[in-house]
Design a protein around this ligand. Structure first.
Ligand SMILES: *Cc1c(COP(=O)(O)O)cnc(C)c1O
Length: 370
């Protein structure tokens, strides 16, 4: 059966380099914060075009570390798209702040700045607006020109959740450079993934970077046993950094181009027949997902399953409908686009190692199922 994201094919392509990197890390004995971690941080910061990259244990911690560096907490409101992965909003509630859900654009799946204005204007008294979490959903950067204009008008910070967006760009400027702080995830299925959990935080701000490095290791001060703030244990393993160094090279050399070719092929088969992803002028996606919208989504999913084609529903429930937020995020205004997308979206098999025959096969079966 076809794989939704074929990580085994990637391993086969990179096996000699990955095996060597893993064995070298194992033999080195420097399992925690080995030299690979700092090297990777430098490589990623240079690629993204920001001053600091702080690697950490996963993409969720990366978001938490950013909110900790900003001192976001009780009484603060943080705007979050209603249509995203749970983490984007979970971290807000986890630090004691209130997530305020904002609708998304149906064409890009990203936060609607028009609805952001509306939700901002309707904020209940007693909540202090602090930040906007903008998610680069499915690999496409959000509308950062409009977001930064909104944020500076109201004195808010922008946190770019690029867990799915690493490698995307707007007019040549890379994702993970748009937020005041940006984060990504190295979960295996993300555009740049490792062989377990991993994440990173990016910023140009020196003061925040040193806070992030402190919070990452138990709020350390000058030395290991000098703890000046309450932090986390959230480092990236040396082994994962070693894998990422190999995978990052392939990502930069050809995977990002390859996955864009796969997306263009899907477009050529499907455009005009179903609602395909919209990439605005000047934008480039890193294609964490290729997601279409179908009125009879569930029937199509079943038909494809019967043909041996795996598909995924990202996401079946908007944030505002999640049980976990019922108590911590009351008083939410409606997000009709997010509600509709939850019942129409379908993500198709997508990865840089998919061949044209496979794309044609999935497309043909999809078209005959609708
Ligand atoms: C995957 C993901 C995260 C969390 O990353 P983990 O490494 O799994 O903790 C956060 N936000 C979005 C949008 C994601 O897709």
């Amino acid at each position: 059966m076809m794989q939704f994201r074929d990580l085994h094919r990637q391993y086969e392509a990179l096996k000699p380099a990955i095996d060597a990197a893993l064995l070298a890390a194992a033999a080195s004995g420097a399992y925690i914060m080995g030299p690979q971690v700092a090297q990777l941080e430098e490589q990623l910061a240079a690629y993204v075009g920001v001053k600091h990259c702080v690697a950490c244990a996963n993409g969720t911690d990366a978001l938490s570390l950013a909110l900790m560096a900003w001192g976001v907490g009780e009484g603060d409101a943080v705007f979050v798209p209603d249509f995203t992965f749970f983490s984007s909003a979970e971290v807000v509630a986890h630090c004691g702040a209130t997530p305020v859900f904002v609708d998304v654009e149906k064409s890009t799946y990203n936060i609607s700045v028009v609805d952001l204005e509306a939700k901002y204007a309707a904020l209940p008294a007693g909540l202090k607006p602090r930040a906007v979490v903008a998610v680069d959903l499915f690999g496409l950067p959000a509308d950062y020109a409009a977001l930064q204009a909104f944020a500076s008008r109201h004195g808010l910070l922008v946190l770019e959740d690029a867990a799915q967006g690493f490698g995307g760009s707007i007019d040549g400027r890379m994702a993970c450079s748009f937020g005041d702080i940006a984060t990504t995830s190295f979960f295996p299925a993300k555009p740049l993934g490792c062989y377990g959990d991993g994440g990173a935080v990016f910023t140009d701000n020196d003061e925040w970077a040193s806070l992030l490095r402190s919070f990452r290791v138990h709020g350390k001060g000058t030395g290991k046993y000098d703890n000046v703030r309450i932090g986390l244990n959230s480092r990236l393993d040396t082994l994962q950094a070693a894998v990422l160094q190999v995978k990052f090279k392939a990502f930069e050399d050809y995977e990002l181009d390859a996955v864009n070719r796969v997306a263009a092929l899907y477009d050529s088969h499907l455009k005009g027949r179903v609602a395909t992803p919209h990439i605005p002028d000047g934008y480039r996606s890193s294609w964490a997902q290729y997601t279409v919208q179908l009125p009879d989504r569930d029937a199509v999913k079943q038909a494809l399953q019967a043909e041996g084609i795996p598909t995924m529903v990202y996401y079946p429930k908007p944030m505002s409908a999640q049980t976990a937020f019922a108590a911590v995020a009351p008083l939410q205004g409606p997000c009709p686009n997010a509600a509709e997308l939850a019942s129409t979206v379908l993500s198709l098999p997508m990865h840089p190692y998919m061949n044209p025959d496979e794309v044609a096969f999935v497309s043909q079966k999809l078209l005959s199922a609708i």
